[in-house]
Every structure is written in structure tokens, then in C-alpha cells.
Design a protein around this ligand. Sequence first.
Ligand SMILES: O=P(O)(O)OC[C@H]1O[C@H](O[C@H]2O[C@H](CO)[C@@H](O)[C@H](O)[C@H]2O)[C@H](O)[C@@H](O)[C@@H]1O
Length: 275
Amino acid sequence: MVLRTPDSAAGAAGLAAILDRPREASLAFDFDGVLSPIVADPGQSRPFPGMVAALGRLAELIGSVSIITGRPVEAVLRLGDLGDLAALEHFAIFGLYGMQRWDWESRSVVSEPVPPGVAAARAELPALLDRPHLRGVAVEDKAMSVAVHTRRADEPQAALEALREPLRELAGRHGLALEPGRMVLELRPPGVDKGHALEAIVGRHRARSVAYFGDDLGDLAAFDAVERLREAGVAGLKVCSGSDEVPQLAARADLIVDGPPGVLEFLEGLNERLK
Ligand SMILES: O=P(O)(O)OC[C@H]1O[C@H](O[C@H]2O[C@H](CO)[C@@H](O)[C@H](O)[C@H]2O)[C@H](O)[C@@H](O)[C@@H]1O
């Protein structure tokens, strides 16, 4: 299995540092679009075949392996059938952009309090979405945030655009932020992002190198964090899974791989070099 070289010098230095001292490295992955192929129904997401086993092998070789996701931790554990992985000390899950984390020692989910405003915003959604041109738009209730999905609407992009302003107004009225993603608009508390979660992981493990694998707009904050960490002397690698739907992320990546199959190929190459 060939391990691809990143396109940028900084990315190549990040990968070299991971290979050189794997126990001092932290690797973090987004779930949907990176570990799991994008599907129309979020309830049907499943990791790409072979991905969980590859992550498990990696978690035995690398200082820390984490999933940082916009999903609740429980959803990722269930959809990914990650029970065995979650039992590994070097594996962690940060859910809801860092508002939740899987605590390995107590084998439980630690959550921040449910943000005020979410319940009130959620209650207004049915009336706002009850329009013929929004047929097929679906709400995903994540308890601490609410995601409005347009992928199954008759015209997904048009529905996304039509909803952007009304949802921004709704979020603002309830003290929430509106965060866009792949055919989704999410109402969640301001000030939480994947970058803070990634920096916390690197700090906790005193990592000397880091790699982050993302595919969506919510992953830009994690790419920002990799760049900040580089400035602080931690070697870093930014990998984008797929380049079409979110060109803003692809433009910032050191390496673009071909969706979850490309992520798996990279991980298998890494595992082979590390064993
Ligand atoms: O941070 P992630 O793990 O990537 O989570 C981001 C959002 O992923 C899910 O939505 C996306 O994947 C769905 C299933 O493939 C797809 O139908 C949808 O269009 C995508 O936006 C998830 O449902 C959201 O809750 C996450 O925030």
C-alpha cells in the first residue's frame, strides 16, 4: 500500500513527524464524509467497510486517535458500532463540535448543559418548514443543537438558500448561531467549534504532531487549529476527504483524498509504515 505524500512542504513535515514519533502524534477524524460516505438519510450513515478496523490498528500505534464530530457521541457510537474502539484508552470521541466527549475512564458521555434557546428554536421549526417548496426538508434533533437537512428536498440547493435567512433570524432571536454544512443548516450555541476540541486533544496528550481529516465547512475551524499549532511548533497535516462539495476546505488542505475510500487507503498505508 503506497502512502501518499502531501502536496505542501508543511504537510509533508507533518506526516514525517507522525511517522518518526507515532506515540507523540494525535490523529483526529470527522465522521460523516470522512469515515462514513455521505448518504441521503443521516440515520443510515455507516463507516466505510474496513474503516473501524483500520482505526483500531492505528489506535494501538499512535499517541491518540479521536473522532471530532457534529453528531452526538451516542449517535456515532451506535451508527459506527464503535463499542470495541471506545474501549481503547488511546481512542476518544468528541461530539457536537466538542460540547460532548466520551470519557474512557467512566465509559460514559460527558456533556455540557443543554444550551438555552435550542428548545424554543426547535418549537418554531415546524411552522417555518411547512411550505410546498420545502417538501422533503428534515429536522435532526441533536438535543443540544438542531440540524435542518435539505439533501432529501425536491431541490436541495434551492431549499438550502431559501432557508438560510429565516433560520439565521430564528437562531439570532434565541441566542444561537447558524452554521452551514453539506446540505444542512444547523442552529447551535455560538463559540463552540472543532478547533477548540482539537487543541484540547493535542494539549492533553502533549502531542508533537497532529493530523486532521475533514470534509465540511465545520472542519475549517479544525484546519485553523492545525495552522495555529504549527506556529506553536507542533507539526501538522490537514487532509480533505473529497474536493467537490466543499471547495473552501479542499483549497486549504495539504492533501486531498478520494472520500472515505481514499481516507481508508491513507490509513492502511500509514498502518503499514508504522507496524
Ligand atoms: O462533523 P461530522 O461528523 O461530519 O457531522 C456533520 C454533520 O453530518 C451529518 O450530516 C451530513 O451527513 C449526512 C449523512 O451522510 C448527510 O445526509 C447530510 O447532508 C450531511 O450534512 C449529520 O446528520 C449532522 O448532524 C452533522 O452535523
